[in-house]
Design a protein around this ligand. Structure first.
Ligand code: ZN
Length: 284
């Protein structure tokens, strides 16, 4: 089961969120029929969005991440709710990029780095909050670190990883965000960096001991206290009613054409591949 664990150091100056997201990444792979490298790219964005979404702290709020780096995968869009349940879409799920190192999926190559990472936080009131930063490498974690530094002005260390097995299924996925809190001593950044280096690949730790092991490793020496654990999953919010109202909001000319053709209208959800069919009589 996928979960997010939030913790704070014993002295209250370091916070960390860790996530195990194997199920989320595997479901995304199945929904979209994604190639291994796109599974890794989309899985990393889903993992990041889930952790960030879980910090929204308002019921009904949502977070949308959009990445377009000009690579063969095309645009990636991921939406999270306020708990961290996520859904995602990628323009070209079967895209490939040659490996740069043996056995290492070239996520930066398939995403591209000529473009932006944008984040929209919608709290259901007034204007949504929007932030954006230029992509650094298309490898996702570095791009989010740059986003945090620019838009939220918080120095954060983060890692988001997806380990794809030989049969193309997801073997492990997840990551973390760790950051000093206001008032922390300067040396704390070095201590965090040491933990990041000692932890190594997040997916290897997750494979061995799940989210709890990852938390222990990244918060080593900080005496972490767990504040919250929540189950998260790949979850779409589409419904027949929503799609019908979307169809009804098409322009009058298009609706008229559909009525004249007299054929049922088929709509497919781009996040979960659910198909909804509407009869002409339902178009009012
Ligand atoms: Zn759906």
């Amino acid at each position: 089961m996928d979960e997010i664990i939030k913790a704070i150091s014993g002295d209250g100056f370091v916070s960390a969120s860790v996530i195990s997201s194997r199920g989320i990444a595997e479901r995304a792979r199945n929904v979209h029929g994604a190639s291994p490298v796109v599974t890794a790219a989309l899985g990393r964005v889903l993992t990041a969005a889930s952790i960030i979404g879980s910090t929204l702290k308002k019921h009904g709020a949502s977070l949308t991440v959009r990445i377009n780096g000009g690579g063969p995968a095309g645009t990636i869009i991921v939406v999270s709710d306020d708990v961290g349940n996520v859904r995602g879409f990628v323009q070209n799920p079967s895209a490939e990029a040659p490996n740069t190192a043996p056995g290492k999926l070239n996520v930066g190559g398939v995403v591209g780095k000529d473009g932006m990472l944008s984040v929209v936080k919608d709290f259901g009131e007034k204007e949504p909050y929007t932030g954006a930063s230029e992509l650094v490498s298309g490898e996702i974690a570095e791009d989010f670190a740059a986003y945090f530094a620019k838009s939220e002005q918080i120095p954060s260390a983060c890692a988001f990883g997806v380990l794809v097995d030989r049969d193309r299924s997801v073997l492990a996925a997840g990551g973390y965000i760790i950051q000093p809190l206001p008032g922390a001593a300067e040396g704390i950044i070095d201590a965090i960096e040491n933990n990041v280096a000692a932890t190594g690949a997040a997916t290897e730790v997750l494979k061995r001991g799940g989210a709890e092991a990852l938390l222990e490793s990244i918060m080593a020496g900080f005496e972490p206290r767990i504040l919250e654990r929540s189950a998260v999953e790949y979850r779409c919010t589409c419904s027949r009613e929503r799609f019908l109202s979307a169809v009804m909001s098409l322009d009058k000319g298009e609706l008229e054409d559909m009525r004249e053709k007299g054929e049922p209208i088929e709509v497919c959800c781009q996040f979960c591949e659910a198909v909804y069919v509407f009869g002409i009589d339902e178009l009012g």
